[in-house]
Design a protein around this ligand. Sequence first.
Ligand SMILES: C[S@@+](CC[C@H](N)C(=O)[O-])C[C@H]1O[C@@H](n2cnc3c(N)ncnc32)[C@H](O)[C@@H]1O
Length: 298
Amino acid sequence: MTDLRIQKITSLDLPELAPYRTMRRPLEHERQGIFVAEGEKVVRRLLESRFEVVSVLLPEKHLEAFRPLLEARPEKITVFLADKKLLEQLIGFSMYQGQLAVGKIPPPASLDDILSKSPKPLLLVAVDALTSAENLGALVRNCVAFGVQALIVGETSSSPFLRRAVRNSMGTILQLPVVELGSRRGELHESLTSRMKLGTRVTRPSETLAQTLQKLRARGVRCIAAHPHANGKTISQADFSGDCCIVFGSEGDGISALVLEACDEAVAIPMPPTVDSLNVGAAAAVFLYEVSRQRGHP
Ligand SMILES: C[S@@+](CC[C@H](N)C(=O)[O-])C[C@H]1O[C@@H](n2cnc3c(N)ncnc32)[C@H](O)[C@@H]1O
């Protein structure tokens, strides 16, 4: 049964508006286990998903378009209505569309469940130290487009639930199981919880990405580092037909030595010597297309 509360706002002071006021401080959202969806398509995808929705903030003219989706939700949702000017004042920057929503980050997926329940051959992606939210979002979008079964987020990577990552994924992050290996986020957040008594979700760094890759290999999953400077196989020589996990690295340093060592092999997309590398999102699209091609998907 829908429990929809519609509230016109004329002031920015309500405590429930705090997530919108802190859009430029995404780590606070992460610590609270929430994320912000931005734009018509992404808000729509959130409302269509199984993710819990906390609130929605819209210019009034968009309410009717969203009403059927809002009324179909099982949880209690507050819809705040504000004119676009007030809304931009609230969030601190100008927006093209003006639709926003706050959802709850789901608990991390279990790698054991993914390994035992997903159809074979497995296709997993891992990221090592990927910190650009935009690039992470683009990579997530590619993962969903090519049927990746789970994204493993290394302990030094950003969260794919940062606002810009959610936006760049076009909301596809809502379709992808995410295994978060904890991180400085966990530590940061533990020290803050004890000091500030914030209500939070804890992602303890119980295992590093290198350790997880070794575990995957022990379970028969081939771990393949996407590495522009690999001098072994090029992408067309690599075999992606069996269970595999493709590992992508950071914008500046690429894949760390420890993570490279934990992989079975490193594979490059050939490039002329005058180009260092591709953007990680572009590299992911090329790799995942090749996996699809080798597996005979149209
Ligand atoms: C911008 S690149 C990193 C460049 C970094 N200077 C390096 O030396 O690895 C980011 C990531 O995209 C992937 N990538 C980019 N170009 C690639 C290529 N030509 N072959 C394989 N992977 C590539 C890799 O995973 C890489 O770590």
